[in-house]
Design a binder for this molecule. Structure first.
Ligand SMILES: Cc1cc2nc3c(=O)[nH]c(=O)nc-3n(C[C@H](O)[C@H](O)[C@H](O)COP(=O)(O)OP(=O)(O)OC[C@H]3O[C@@H](n4cnc5c(N)ncnc54)[C@H](O)[C@@H]3O)c2cc1C
Length: 319
């Protein structure tokens, strides 16, 4: 328990949820380790501009990540990035995390904050132009398309509702959908149909995103005729679903049918001493602010749990 590899808390995932948890835990003088699969910052580093984080008028996602990371480290938090987790034991008082290189870390408590990813189309040009005309978040990026003409991809409730909300900014929104009907609720379809700024291209799919520095056009193929047309656009919003990064938790913790971690209001999970925060949890809204809020709550709840554990062990020793 006293070994260098034992921590009071281990946080899995260094997006805004995990970094916030790290800040709170280490500031409470709890020995804390954050383990992150990729580059520290999570989805924040995919966006060139965050303009809705209170107190900071405008900042790149990369900069905001670096500030959060610096803040966590300044309180003594250990952060290891570009790791892979090969084993995870969550049950029992001592939690155990094994890395791909066989290093083993143990802890009294775990906070899971692996975030998630928007489902992508997986077509040519998409990876290169992400954040440079291609977006997966209307709340985050809608304002950047004020006065522009954009495309929305999808046919469910998110796509239709977000298309309507984007007409506050864009002068023309063209919805591209693969079927001849929508999966969204009828009222959402009607609201979109009644909006003069919204246009529809049905039974069609985007087959390529074109542009060097930023998105300039998309190739749209009609799925019945096979005809492909080049369509000029300033931006494309893709709403075809969301995937939480919880594959590594299958069978280890309660997930709902979408793979999201089920949490109580204090961000505790069905396993004692294990908490979860951020986009990987079951919830409606996914933003930096909501992730930061979850991370705070999870860290405070985990701190309480660790203190109770210490009191319990002390009582056992003195008994
Ligand atoms: C393009 C884009 C633009 C956005 N713009 C904004 C915006 O302007 N404003 C706003 O508020 N929100 C914005 N968002 C949403 C916001 O970034 C997310 O809601 C937020 O980052 C979620 O934080 P998180 O900590 O829960 O997860 P994430 O940010 O997803 O971070 C999770 C971290 O966990 C790591 N991880 C995953 N699996 C494992 C594993 N098995 N082991 C270890 N580590 C793991 C990941 O590598 C990642 O670093 C945007 C999102 C995108 C994609």
């Amino acid at each position: 328990m006293n070994s260098d590899n034992h921590y009071d808390a281990i946080v899995i995932g260094a997006g805004p949820a995990g970094l916030t948890a790290g800040i709170y835990l280490s500031r409470a003088r709890l020995r804390t380790l954050i383990l992150n699969e990729g580059t520290v910052g999570g989805q924040m580093i995919l966006t060139h501009e965050i303009a809705n984080y209170p107190g900071v008028e405008n900042i790149s996602g990369y900069q905001l990540s670096n500030i959060m990371k610096k803040q966590a480290k300044s309180f003594g938090c250990d952060i290891k990035s570009n790791i892979s987790i090969s084993g995870l034991e969550l049950e029992g008082e001592v939690k155990r995390v094994t890395l791909g290189d066989d290093t083993v870390y143990t802890s009294d408590s775990i906070i899971l904050s692996p975030g998630g990813r928007s489902r992508t189309l997986g077509v040519k040009g998409e990876d290169n132009l992400k954040g440079r005309g291609i977006s997966y978040c209307a709340t985050c990026d809608g304002d950047f398309f004020t006065g522009k003409e954009i495309v929305v991809v999808g046919g469910g409730n998110s796509a239709l509702e977000e298309a309507v909300s984007l007409t506050k900014y864009a002068v023309k929104v063209t919805i591209v959908h693969q079927f001849d009907h929508f999966q969204a609720f009828e009222h959402a379809v009607q609201e979109a149909a009644n909006n003069s700024r919204i246009h529809f291209i049905m039974e069609s799919a985007i087959t390529a995103f074109n542009g060097d520095e930023k998105l300039e056009s998309v190739d749209i193929r009609h799925l019945k005729t096979g005809e492909t047309t080049n369509f000029k656009t300033d931006g494309t919003f893709i709403f075809i679903g969301y995937v939480p990064n919880t594959e590594f938790l299958n069978g280890k913790i309660e997930l709902n049918k979408w793979g999201e971690i089920v949490v109580k209001p204090d961000m505790s999970t069905n396993i004692e001493g294990v908490y979860a925060a951020g986009d990987s949890t079951a919830k409606r809204y996914r933003q930096v602010t909501t992730a930061v809020s979850d991370g705070t709550i999870a860290a405070l709840a985990a701190s309480g749990y660790i203190n109770e554990l210490r009191i319990k062990h002390k009582q056992l020793i003195t008994a």
